[in-house]
Each structure stands twice: as C-alpha cells, then as structure tokens.
Design a protein around this ligand. Structure first.
Ligand SMILES: [Zn+2]
Length: 132
C-alpha cells in the first residue's frame, strides 16, 4: 500500500482548487486512479458479502463490500474528497442525499439507514451519504 500514502495537507490544498467535474477528473487521476487499484478475488468478496450486520446503540450496521483491495485510510480519503466535491458542485442534491439516504463509514465499511448519524461510532470518522 506504499503507493497510496497520501499527504493530507497537500490533498486538501489541491482539493480546494477543484471547481468543476473536469477539475475533479484530473484530481481523481492524480490521487485516486482506480485503474491501478488491485481488486479482491471473488472468494474474498463472497465471504465478505456474508458478514452479519452488527447492532450498536439501537442501530443496525450492515457490512459494505467494496471490490478493491485498498487500505481503509486511503479509501476513507477517497470518499472524503468525493463527498466534498459533490457537496461543492451539487449542493442541493447533496442536501437531499444527506437527509434522505443512509450513512456509511468508508473506513469501517459499515452502513446504517439512519440519516441523522454524522460520525462513525466505531472509528470516530465522518460518515458519508450512501450512494446508490
Ligand atoms: Zn468507522
């Protein structure tokens, strides 16, 4: 995962200069180029998809399976940037999603259908709107 060490200060500085979907495509290519991402093998994906939901403070958290083999930290920052730019470029749709869609933790790979949650109770990181 050495290739995916991110300089977060630089990342955030660059992210603040993204003002269009064209900028985002360039940004994404620079920091999060998925053509290089290793994929999990199918057995691993099947095994993960069978993971049972966990319950925490009255909420059900379902496991989310992602097909790439990436460090949780790196995946979190990818979602962090995606969410940031979506909010910046499509604020109205982002608001709707924030209020209506469930939330997921890109670090822990868990999902709840409770839209009011903001912080992951397992790792303390920001939760993101679940995308379809
Ligand atoms: Zn988490």
């Amino acid at each position: 995962m050495d290739n995916y060490n991110l300089d977060i200060t630089y990342l955030e500085k660059r992210m603040s200069t993204v003002n269009s979907w064209e900028d985002w495509a360039v940004f994404e290519k620079e920091f999060f180029d998925d053509t290089d991402w290793p994929e999990k093998d199918i057995d691993e994906i099947i095994k993960e998809s069978e993971e049972k939901a966990v319950y925490h403070n009255g909420l059900k958290w379902e496991h989310i399976t992602v097909s790439y083999e990436l460090s949780p930290e790196y995946y979190y920052w990818y979602e962090y940037c995606s969410d940031y730019i979506f909010k910046k470029l499509e604020p109205e749709q982002h608001d709707i999603n924030t209020n209506e869609q469930g939330k997921w933790c890109a670090y822990c790979k868990v999902y709840t259908d409770n839209s009011d949650m903001r912080i992951c109770p397992f790792c303390g990181r920001k939760l993101f709107n679940m995308q379809d």
